[in-house]
Design a protein around this ligand. Structure first.
Ligand code: NAD
Length: 261
């Protein structure tokens, strides 16, 4: 018996990367899945693969998300879990971001999560359920070039903790904060050895993450194994936030000189 037998789950941004991997893992664990994505064709393709449903929708539109969530719940015969995962990135110096670029990053990454929860919570409160929202290590530690994205992801963590407080005991709300995961969003970086090799060397677990590394954690958070976990931000980064930027390099070199490293 799967960990999510009887569950009926929405995955936003489920047409690609981490969302598609999670849709597949949800289905493999027994859940019925609906994919909400801007890319309708890719969403239909993943939905067909997992025997689920696809809805073409922009998560930044409140009414459209409410409508698609109701349609998905009707198609699945109910709703028990939502993974608000859809997101977009960008890279430039803070003062170079235009208003339009700021609006896109905040509308998709933060307002999209608000929309997903606003739509789903009234459907979940009676029967109970689990919401997992996509944040990022960038929302906890500053990353160069990603200021609006980082601010939106930090907002996702705060928004989710407020929701966890308001909607217990019936609904659990958690976030996942991945480190560097190999998806279409990041592929260009990992193709380049000059970027990939130091990234791997500085990650205690020795590699970039895979979409399945995150999907398995989302399955856990939606399953009964996490029945006493709410308001938590689960970091999935291979330990990449552990090294101290100030002393790790120095102490690592000293250990090697001492023949201990
Ligand atoms: P991806 O580009 O492979 O997938 C993103 C999906 O979201 C796509 O299917 C895209 O069509 C969909 N999407 C984008 N804008 C949308 C919108 N307005 N409405 C509906 N759907 C939309 O990216 P990914 O790497 O799988 O990222 C998924 C999530 O994980 C994002 O929120 C991202 O910020 C977050 N994340 C990724 C990493 C990483 O290293 N890849 C790290 C931390 C957090």
């Amino acid at each position: 018996m799967g960990l999510l037998e009887g569950h009926r789950a929405i995955v936003t941004g489920g047409a690609s990367g981490i969302g598609a991997a999670t849709a597949r893992r949800f289905a493999a664990e027994g859940a019925v899945v609906s994919i909400l994505d801007l890319d309708g064709e890719a969403a239909r393709s993943v939905a067909e693969e997992v025997g689920g449903h696809a809805f073409e929708v922009n998560v930044a539109g409140t009414d459209a998300v409410i409508d698609a969530t109701h349609q998905a719940a009707a198609a699945m015969g109910g709703l028990t879990d939502v993974f608000n995962n859809a997101g977009v990135g960008n890279l430039k110096a803070l003062a170079s971001y235009s208003e339009k670029e700021w609006d896109l990053l905040v509308d998709v990454n933060l307002k999209g999560v608000f929309n997903g929860m606003k739509a789903a919570l009234p459907l979940l409160v009676d029967g109970g359920g689990s919401i997992v929202n996509m944040a990022s290590v960038s929302g906890i530690r500053p990353t160069r070039g990603e200021a609006p994205y980082a601010a939106a992801k930090a907002g996702v963590i705060a928004l989710s903790q407020s929701a966890a407080l308001e909607y217990g005991p019936t609904v659990r709300v958690n976030t996942v904060s991945p480190g560097f995961i190999h998806t279409p969003l990041t592929d260009f970086t990992l193709q380049e050895p000059d970027y990939r090799e130091p990234l791997e060397a500085r990650t205690p677990l020795g590699r970039a993450g895979t979409p399945d590394d995150v999907a398995d954690v989302v399955v856990f958070l939606c399953s009964d194994l996490a029945r006493y976990v709410t308001g938590h931000n689960l970091v999935v980064d291979g330990g990449s936030m552990l090294p101290s930027a100030q002393v790790d390099h120095v102490l690592g070199s000293l250990l090697r000189v001492l023949g201990e490293g």
